[in-house]
Each structure stands twice: as C-alpha cells, then as structure tokens.
Design a protein around this ligand. Structure first.
Ligand SMILES: Cc1ncc(C[n+]2csc(CCOP(=O)(O)OP(=O)(O)O)c2C)c(N)n1
Ligand SMILES: [Mg+2]
Length: 369
C-alpha cells in the first residue's frame, strides 16, 4: 500500500488540538478538551513530481480564485446584492482543491454541502456563472434560482442546504456507478463535522460498507458546527477514525490545511477504493476563517484565537512549498494574487450588468403533475 505518495503508517504526525475558548473557560472545564489526530503525511517531493510545475501553479491559481470569489461574494452580500444564506469556504481551500487535482475534474461524481462555491468552481462552473448565481441573475449557474447553496456542474450534484443530505446522495451516486459497472469511477461526498451525529450519516456508512460502494466519504472537520465546538457535540473523538472502525471501513485523517498531505491521501484513498471496491472515510481537519455564515459574527472565538488559526492559512502553506522549490518568487506570487483579484472584480461587474430572470420564467423548471 505504501508504493503510493502517502506514507500513512510510517510517518504519523500526532497533533493535539486544544479546544478551549475563553468564553467557555468561564463556564467550566467540561467545555474544554483535547483531541489527538493521527495525521497521514504526504511526501511533497512525490506530490510535486506527479503534478509538475505547470499544474502546481494552476493549483495555486485555483486556491486564489476560490479565496477571491468568496471574499468578493461576501462584499457583494454586504452591499445588498446577494440574498439568502452565504457560507464561505475560506480557510478550507486546500481540501477540495487537492481532491479535484488528485482525482481529476471528469469522470467521478461529486456532492457537497451548502458551502459549495469552491467545489463548483473547481469542477467547471465559471466564476461569472457563480457570481451571477449569487446575484440571482438569469445567466447564473442555476439560472439565478438556486443562490449560494445550490450550485451544480455536469458531475457535481449540489450544493445541499440540508445538513447531512449529501451523505445518502453520495451513496446513491456510488450505487449508480456500481450498478452500471462503471469501473474506475467513484463518488466523492463532502460533509461537515456537524452532520456526523445524524442518523442519515450512520445509515449511509452501514449501507456503503454492506453493499461495497465505491464511495469516498470526506468529513471536513472545521471543528465547529454552526457555533458549537466538536467536543461539545460528540462523545468519541476523533470522528473519522472511530466511526470507520465501527463499520469496518478504511480511514485516513489528514491535516486539511496542507495541500500536499491532502493530495497524497486522496490519491491513496482512491487506490484503496479501486483495489477493494470498498468505501473509505477521510477526515480532513482544518478551520474556517469566517463565521458559519455571513450573519455569524463568530463571537465564540477570540481575535487572538483566530489570528493563531490564520497563521496556518492553506494558501500560505502551499505558496511556501512552491517557493521552497523555486517555482515561484514573492513578486510572482503577488502578481498572481492581483490577477485573481482583478478577474473577480471583472466578474462582479459582469454580474452587476446581467439581467434578473424574466418574471414569465417563474414557472419554468417546476414539476407539475
Ligand atoms: C437537517 C438540518 N438541520 C439543521 C440545519 C441548520 N444548520 C445549518 S448548518 C448547521 C451546522 C453544520 O455544521 P457542519 O456540518 O460542521 O458544517 P460547517 O458549516 O462547519 O461546514 C446547521 C445545524 C440544516 N440546514 N439542516
Ligand atoms: Mg463544521
């Protein structure tokens, strides 16, 4: 198993996350605890050997695109141009960017949560289609009818406003691949830590293993539900490892802030699914830098805590890898940042100038029996 690029059992990096919020300190020690994660480490040399320089720089551009899209989308929201909910993927960019570059944009089937802008962008939605969707414009990704939580591509089945909704959906997608004997293809479904206590998650794990479905289950553990720290919601941490054991499923835990580690794990997990036909659970541990949604001021963590968290910015970590390889200089990095910023500003202008759907289209796309 270790001829791949992930040296899982050999190089385990143990990391303890102290989860103590000052606010909760006052409430009592019951509210604080520590969790030790056994992170699988990737070998950056091997990862960059697979990618090569051009693709490695493309990955950087993708992460910068997501970051800028999310920041500007929030800005547009605050300016009253975007309605409904808005959940930013800022801080988690390395995870889905690594998944898509390790598994490829075509062929596999994907599903995720309401925090869905990044995956849609990675799988082919143009920034203009995405921004117009946020603005509710007719040329948006879902014709302006879905908004922030409902974005799709040919092989991405949402964007789902229902917490936990995408677990069973992912298993259904995997079942369809198995049923049609589409060898080599898998379904990948992302969900938040907050959905793991739900019945639907456990029913899905049971059926996925019982029926040997080609399913990659990715728990994006950003350590918070809406505002609840994971240790206040779950009795048996770490999540992925423990759950996987009870269903006999292979699992990996990975530092979700590090693209190289994530890339290696996604590659290795894919090989496992292909070889055994069984599902895999991956727990990617990271942070979200913003509140749960735009209306959440995130008062449950202090400025200092957030600052500390942001020192592990996945884009920073990734850019440092590239600098160490001499594949990018500081000034080239700044140039690329500016290019993505300009691209998204142009996208906002485009969305501003686009038309809202015609009132006469109101009944289109509605099922009437
Ligand atoms: C079935 C259901 N219950 C409750 C909600 C309200 N809700 C929206 S997000 C959320 C927390 C989810 O946290 P997590 O799964 O960790 O995802 P994250 O937002 O951290 O990415 C809740 C309770 C919902 N949308 N759907
Ligand atoms: Mg969460």
């Amino acid at each position: 198993m270790h001829n791949g690029i992930c040296t899982v059992e050999k190089k385990i990096s143990k990391r303890t996350y102290l989860m103590v919020s000052k606010k909760w300190d006052k409430i009592g020690s019951l509210m604080s605890c520590s969790v030790t994660y056994n992170f699988s480490k990737g070998d950056p040399e091997k990862v960059f050997g697979y990618l090569g320089k051009d693709l490695a720089l493309e990955v950087l551009d993708e992460m910068l695109l997501i970051r800028n899209f999310e920041q500007r989308g929030e800005q547009a929201y605050q300016a009253g141009k975007v309605w409904g909910f808005y959940h930013a993927y800022i801080g988690q960019e390395a995870i889905q960017t690594a998944a898509v570059s390790a598994l490829g944009k075509k062929g596999h089937l994907w599903a995720t949560t309401y925090r869905c802008h990044a995956l849609a962008l990675l799988l082919g939605m143009t920034p203009k289609e995405g921004m117009c969707e946020l603005y509710g414009k007719a040329n948006g990704n879902a014709k302006g009818r879905g908004g922030s939580m409902h974005m799709y591509t040919e092989n991405m089945f949402g964007g789902d406003g229902i917490v936990g909704g995408q677990w069973a959906l992912g298993a259904g997608l995997a079942f369809s691949l198995k049923y049609k004997n589409e060898k080599g293809k898998i379904a990948i479904t992302f969900g938040g830590d907050g959905s793991i206590a739900q019945g639907t998650f456990h029913e899905t794990m049971n059926m996925a293993m019982l029926w040997k479905l080609p399913l990659m289950i990715v728990i994006e553990n950003n350590q918070l539900g809406m505002g609840t720290q994971i240790h206040r919601a779950f009795c048996n941490l770490p999540l992925g490892e423990n759950i996987a054991k009870s269903y006999g499923i292979k699992s990996f835990t990975v530092n979700g802030m590090d693209f190289c580690d994530c890339y290696a794990v996604f590659k290795e997990a894919y090989e496992w699914i292909n070889k055994t036909g069984e599902p895999v659970i991956i727990e990617a541990v990271g942070y979200r830098f913003k509140g749960h949604s735009i209306s959440d001021a995130a008062n449950y963590r202090t400025k200092e805590e957030l600052q500390k968290i942001m020192e592990e910015d996945p884009i920073l970590i990734y850019a440092n890898y590239l600098k160490a390889k001499n594949w990018i200089s500081d000034s080239e990095l700044e140039e690329r940042k500016k290019m993505k910023k300009d691209e998204i500003l142009e996208t906002m202008k485009f969305a501003d100038e686009s038309k809202f759907p015609e009132i006469t289209s109101l009944e289109e796309g509605v099922l009437v029996e």
